[in-house]
Design a protein around this ligand. Sequence first.
Ligand code: ZN
Length: 424
Amino acid sequence: MQLVILAGGKGTRLGLTDIPKPMCPIEGIPQLERQILLAKKYGIEEIFLLEGYLAHVISDYFGNGERFGVKIHHIVEQAPLGTAGALSLIKDKLTNRFMVFYGDVVMDFDIESMQKFDEQEPSVGTLLIHPNNHPYDSDLLEVKDDKIIAFHTKPHDSQKNYHNLVNAAVYILSPEIFEFIENGKQQDFGKDIFPKVLQSGKILRGYKSAEYIKDMGTKDRLPKICEDVAKGRVKRLNKKNPRPAIFLDRDGVLIKDMDKNPVVENFELLEDVEDAIKKINQSGYLAIVVTNQPMIAKGFVTFSDVDDVHKKLETQLGKSGAYLDDIYFCPHHPDKGYEGEIPELKIVCDCRKPKPGMLLKAAQDYHIDLEKSWMIGDRETDIKAGRAAGCKTILVGDMQSSEKANYQYKNLSAAVNYILEQQK
Ligand SMILES: [Zn+2]
């Protein structure tokens, strides 16, 4: 696969004056070199660098790429063309699916896993997407069955709730994308091109990742990123390495139990949940919700009602800088014969807790080390599911359970504090 790196950025916000942004050293190695080495590790050997500002600094350093074991082409844009416009300069050279990086994104991710996902179904492109800790001022997108169905650019309507999913600026694109890019005109992927692809009815897919992928950002944020690189945090989060998770039941753990009417109007976040999730986010554990929503099968609520609750949950958490890595829910229920039920959902499934199906699916999707993971819930079914998946378990609340959880705490915050204390 060929790789294009957009390397035309100025380093003004980083206080750089004599080098372009992608040449900013991180732990002594230019950021761009780190990206090239990552690509090389996954067998990418032909790289196009789209340069602008202080282009000679980049070409002097990398030359034809021989020193790095790759073939590098330098393309210099005369005037800034935006992220997509610049690509039109080399459209004749990109004849197969190719990958795009933004030169100012610090990352380490499993390129092979993304390629496999990309190959599953035809599309104009696959975008790597993830939640972040400031969704309120990020461009967000919406995904259904792995397909991107909407882009919500900022500023957001404060009355509305959104899923916390952000374009991480890593793409695999088909040459078909050039049908949507005009030659020599300033255009951006996020603002101009991807929305156009959706409008045309063609398909863009979203590949979810919990790996470390962060814009170098500003002078204030850079030291934190350098520290993450130095401490091995960036490499460690690559999906090739197994990771522990904290699985969370939803009702009674994160939000107030809504009993028979789980709709967004009855949504209420429980105390200290934002802080607890934020601590999980900073710990290296994944935060993954696994919840039974049998009211869908029973016909009391729709998929869209449940989705509204999840949007609200993600929006509320996002305001405090907390995020969930993913939410898995089971819409099924086994007992047939009720008025208004959805027959095809009235089945004995593998995902309804106490079965461990949702945890096992998440483990597959995110390469989770189940033995090092925890399930936190307020019911016996949670404890059984956690144990069946091979996780340690914590029961929260005052319920007496015949199924012995490993520990019991009064709420999520206390449970998370215990786990993170153990981790130390
Ligand atoms: Zn199910």
